[in-house]
Design a protein around this ligand. Sequence first.
Ligand code: GAL
Length: 682
Amino acid sequence: MKRLAIALALVLPLATLAQAPLPVEPRTPPLLLGAAWYPEQWPESRWDADLTLMEQAHIHFVRVSEFAWSTMEPSEGNFQLDWLAHAIRAAERHHIAVVLGTPSAAPPAWLTTKYPETLRTNSNGQKDGHGNRQQFDWSDPKYRELAARIATKMAERFGHDPNVIGWQIDNEYANESYGDADRTRFQDWLHAKYKTLDNLNARWTTAYWSETYQDWRQIPIENNYGNPGLLLNWRQFVSDTWRSYQKNQLDVIRAHVEPRQRITTNMMGWFDAYDHYTVSQDLDFASWDDYVGSGQLDPIRNGATHDLTRGFLRKNFWVMETQPGFVNWHSDNNILNKGSVRAMAWNAIGHGSEAVEYWQWRSALNGQEQYHGTLVGADGTPVPLYTEVQQLGVDFDKAGPALAGTTVQSDVAVLQDYNSRWAINWQRHNRDFDPVNSLMSYYKPLHQLARSVDIVSDIAPLSRYKLVVAPALNVLTPEAITNLEAYVRAGGHLVLGQRSGMKDEDNTLYPQRQPGPLASLLGARVEEFYALDTTIPVSGVWGSGPTTIWAEQLGITSPDTKTLMTYGKSNGWLDGQPAAVTRQVGKGSITYIAASLDEPTMLKAASWMLKESGLTPTLPNIPEGVDVALRSGDGKQILILTNYNPDLRTITLPNAMEDVLTGIKSSTVTLPQYGVAVLRMN
Ligand code: GAL
């Protein structure tokens, strides 16, 4: 904006400049603090009071309009966007930028009444009705036409608005539809993919239980218990359909808006109803809604969820919603402890977020979420948490320049794959085998030692990593096999976890034992898997500890494959058998860990993995309970420390560093509980 004003000054005669009101510069600094604001719920006469309070809290942007369809199009084709233009101008007067949400998550009553075919059908065959949200059918062409039309009107009107900085499409994609028309579209999708029924029948082994199909129209939808090939394809169809649902709006927005208005949608962390890599790929950046729900923040698991979101497009992301203290939708909606809302925001920034937005600014006086946490009460004045968020706004303004141009740079990647998570969750075999917990059992010690960890898909480029860990990579597609083999042969260090390499891209068992097509590279195979009803001992180069939930018996097939861990006395089958093996492949290696290790043993295993990969622990002397995040780029290295211990911690740094929040340069930092330091390392 500043640049635009200078450019105008050079070309326009002075008299014109004197008359034209100078645009107010929106505040779009490198770190953004935001709030979800619903101007349509309040009289325009109230807006200035709210925006004044936001400006005083150093809030830089508001997200608006994502549920305002009935206000923007009160009857079919009757578009009313003047109020939104007023809200954008009002925000601008307070130096607050705007992210516009397209309203398709909440269709108006006239729409669902006139076009009942746009309503979704639940998995039990019932049609959804008006009165809540997300009641639309994501594959219905009429719904897409109407959603694209309102998005077009918005983009035409605001695509060049200087105070609009971005777009959110819809809101938290979640519910697919199971109607007759959806099933027909699924069948057509299968036809296009498999070409012939003979091919589909063979790849899904439909001779089993006489499932063989003679006609595409015979194929049902199954989303829980059914042929594993059918289940996996339904989830992939769901993912592709969310992608095309999104693209339907994205294309019309992109056609009208300036590229500086970046486009995203707000996702939901580990939520797995669709493949987030599929859906993210058309967006400009990823974002997610970070809610603790009940209890207090777990900074490691929350940090991993940020890493997951950063991995969708392998770049910085936004927290599009987070809780101002508490939510309303859990059974126990306790507040986060004083200080931890600020700490939680720094957890996001440390893992690569560029924005933290609170949902919501003020509760609507009526509506389904009256009890949710806010920054302003029903009376329009600040709640106690407001000052904590205000402090954060001050923090962001101070630290923004230091963090500009930086991101998380990791030598270690943990692979995450939706096909594998679905496949395991449909047939857990031991109900306690949770693929996300399995991933976390690796992530936690790796994060403790390496500090920065990427979570990426199994077909992401891997050459930048020294160490790649694939916990429970149950489904191995041809692309993933090529990617992983090439990585190891180029000198990379690959660690496979339990249940890896069992199935192909149709969720069909590989005719080789695990890890399937990677077994020959490993020089070992899984002889048998066992769901455990007891704890059994393992011991070896990582010391000794118990294994629970799941154990696989390994058999060595190559003389240069070495045993790292061995099972002790157990069910007889596992006694004395290999529990972890490794094989050198050129300068690289491939390792298979067949036991679920407890935390201390996993920490030793992670330490071994780092050593094998030529890595050393990063900042090893920081006290336990102090979260460490690193961002670098643009010639800068920034260290973010947050103390989650209940009392003070003094941290000795490797050299004197300046805390950009306090301006103090020192080689020690003392932090109270939830205290944060943002340190320039160079
Ligand atoms: C989110 C949703 C918001 C609001 C919030 C309450 O999932 O996107 O609209 O409902 O939850 O926590």
